[in-house]
Ligand binder design. Structure first.
Ligand code: ADP
Length: 647
């Protein structure tokens, strides 16, 4: 006898949502039904191991049939099936906490339904997104009778006894008619079914078979093909791979296979640079397969780039880019995580707070850094290739979050240096330092050569110290966060006090400063609009002048910060340093003694020279040029008079 029953309130709401859903990714219904079928087979298989009354078998199958003419899709499994009570309870109410939470969220209007369906996976009811009617025929091995459940969503469903001998469940979807902006016919195409299975359920461990209607040439009595005539026949094809590469023993998988898997899954033309495969068992059970590409994807630094790893729960695909699994500075890694503990229908909110996932992410990060460290040690060239491509990300990692990760990243950094042709790590730099050197020197410039010839290098060159060459925008910010390495402070060659002189040299400079106090004060007064200070230099030996910045912001940092959007501009302290050993200084001293007025032009030209050497723009080139000409004419005149001078 056919019974009509009402859905429970919660189910009605969910069904209503499904029926009127504008969710664009309706295709997930197939994943949900296949997962249910796979679970049902799991359940049967487990029970059959201990229950004597159940037939023991390994003959399991999830079968899909498509009937284009009647617009039906049928999904059959030989799992545990449902008794009458189970059918009423399981398909008439919502038991899943995940789905209840989903409804709660929508009720609170805190989320749009369209954002959530795919993430929660709303289970069996998702079939109503594509079907106007759903029929379930099921037989449990614990019931003599099979039952038929039918519903058109809405308010109610019917149940009646039916004929079915085999255990398991057969779900028939009666597809909706196409609408203006919705194409349901597409799900009747075998290629579509195949691609959906590939995408979502390729690694379900039971065979998923598809009954395929194919045309075969008609044969005559002698078995020869009759031209132009065809027979329609049905073929059964297994359409899932079943054993994912990560479920095979590692020893059975070749590097070539892993490379192929990487290329086809993550759309790269080249082999990955690194492949890390980990099977973890214990309190936390998961597998991870991590790849580092050979080349950075073209959009790695664009806002549209989405980092993350694919997430599988029990071999069922859950999410493509689970961003919780990788920190920002490792945004370039690709790969997947297969957790045996996560449930399939897990939402993004839940994922974020999921303690297992947080732990997995922590482990993965450690693993990746360990492997990179090993590579730096054992495969230097390969590591350098990697660093050229992705090193800047590690630098951002050091800088990020106030240096939270700097301890684990500092030994992975490599730098160009002024004296060496190869890249060096901080450890190598420090180990090679002469005994008396107590700081790590660095310079910021677009190239190594620019630093080599800069006047600020004078004293450092004379001491024979090496200098790290910083070329990336993030470098100085990173260095300021690192602050020191192996108790050695970082010192910019063109910033602040180098602290490089011995006591005697310091004494000499002090004396000179006292002697020339008036001159320095006057220069400072003349240039007060341009520089914060005028000092006698401790870093120049050959060059006459240079500009350095104060201890805080450097010129490079000033440039970077002022390029960023926003109108808060920042200025580095500019200090003009004059080389007291240079002839020019003697000349200025003389000018100062003769006439304070002519010092004006000298000071200005001096400052502009320093700007030019530093590669900084000159505000008023015409005025500068005029002053130069004035000085040249004066110099020519005075040399004329001195030539004519009989004395
Ligand atoms: P979930 O599978 O996440 O629990 P669903 O709404 O998809 O939620 O399904 C509800 C319940 O219906 C399942 O928990 C299961 O007990 C039962 N069920 C669904 N599909 C099948 C099936 N193919 N065979 C046996 N039981 C099923």
């Amino acid at each position: 006898m056919k019974q009509q029953m009402e859905f429970k309130t919660e189910s009605k709401r969910l069904l209503d949502l499904m029926i009127h859903s504008i969710y664009t990714n309706k295709e997930i219904f197939l994943r949900e039904l296949i997962s249910n079928a796979s679970d049902a087979i799991d359940k049967y298989h487990l029970l059959s191991l201990t229950d004597e009354t159940l037939e023991k078998t390994n003959d399991y199958e999830i079968h899909i049939e498509v009937d284009k003419k009647h617009r039906k899709i049928k999904i059959t499994d030989n799992g545990i099936g449902m008794t009458y009570d189970e059918l009423v309870n399981n398909l008439g109410t919502i038991a899943k906490s995940g789905t209840l939470e989903f409804l709660q969220k929508i009720k609170e209007k805190s989320m749009k339904e369209t954002d959530l369906i795919g993430q929660f996976g709303v289970g069996f009811y998702s079939s109503f997104m594509v079907s106007k009617k759903v029929q379930v025929v099921t037989k449990s091995p614990f019931s003599d009778t099979a039952y038929k459940w039918v519903s058109e969503g809405e308010e109610s469903f019917t149940i009646e006894e039916t004929k079915r001998e085999e255990r398991g469940t057969e779900i028939t979807l009666y597809l909706r008619k196409n609408e203006d902006d919705e194409n349901y016919d597409i799900f009747l195409e075998t290629y579509k079914i195949k691609s959906l299975v590939k995408k979502y359920s390729d690694y379900v461990k039971y065979p998923i078979t598809l009954e395929n209607e194919v045309e075969k040439p008609k044969l005559d009595d002698e078995g020869k093909e009759i031209e132009g005539e065809f027979d329609k026949v049905f073929e059964n094809e297994t359409i899932n791979t079943r054993t994912p590469i990560w479920n095979k023993p590692k020893s059975d998988v070749t590097d070539d296979q892993l490379n192929e898997f990487y290329k086809s899954t993550y759309y790269d033309y080249d082999n990955p640079q690194y492949t890390f495969w980990n099977n973890i068992e214990g309190a936390l059970t998961y597998k991870s397969l991590i790849f580092i590409p050979g080349k950075a994807p073209y959009n790695l630094y664009s806002e549209k780039y989405e980092k993350g790893l694919q997430l599988y729960a029990k071999d069922v695909f859950v999410m493509d880019k689970c961003k919780e699994l990788v920190p920002d500075y490792l945004r370039f890694v690709k790969g997947l995580v297969v957790s045996q503990d996560l449930s399939l229908n897990i939402s993004r909110e839940i994922l974020q707070k999921n303690s297992q996932l947080v732990k997995i992410a922590g482990n993965l990060e450690k693993k990746i850094l360990n492997e990179l460290e090993k590579s730096l040690k054992n495969e230097r060239e390969k590591y350098e290739e990697f660093f050229k491509e992705f090193g800047v990300n590690l630098k951002y990692g050091v800088y990020d979050n106030f240096g939270e990760k700097k301890e684990s990243l500092k030994d992975l950094l490599l730098f160009k240096t002024v004296n060496q042709d190869k890249m060096v790590s901080l450890k190598e730099y420090v180990e090679a330092m002469p005994k008396e050197q107590d700081a790590i020197y660095y310079g910021s410039a677009p190239s190594k050569d620019a630093i080599k010839i800069s006047p600020q290098m004078d004293i450092i060159k004379s001491k024979g110290y090496d200098v790290l060459v910083l070329t990336d925008e993030v470098d100085e910010f990173m260095i300021s966060i690192l602050h020191e390495y192996d108790k050695k402070q970082f010192k910019s060659i063109n910033q602040g006090d180098l602290n490089i002189l011995d006591e005697k040299e310091k004494e000499t400079i002090k004396e000179l400063e006292t002697e020339n106090k008036d001159l320095l004060e006057t220069l400072k007064e003349i240039l007060k609009e341009e520089v914060t200070d005028v000092k006698l230099s401790t870093r120049l030996t050959d060059s006459p002048v240079c500009l350095v910045s104060g201890e805080g912001l450097s010129f490079e940092m000033e440039k970077v910060i002022n390029q960023m959007p926003g109108d808060k501009k920042m200025k580095a302290d500019k200090i003009l340093e004059i080389n007291p050993k240079h002839e020019l200084f003697k000349a200025i001293e003389n000018v100062f003694l003769e006439s304070k007025e002519s010092l004006n032009d000298f000071a200005s030209v001096l400052y502009h020279q320093a700007l030019l050497i530093e590669g900084l723009p000159i505000k008023d080139p015409v005025a500068f040029s005029n002053k130069m000409i004035k000085l040249m004419i004066k110099a020519a005149k005075s040399s004329n008079t001195s030539e004519k001078d009989p004395a």
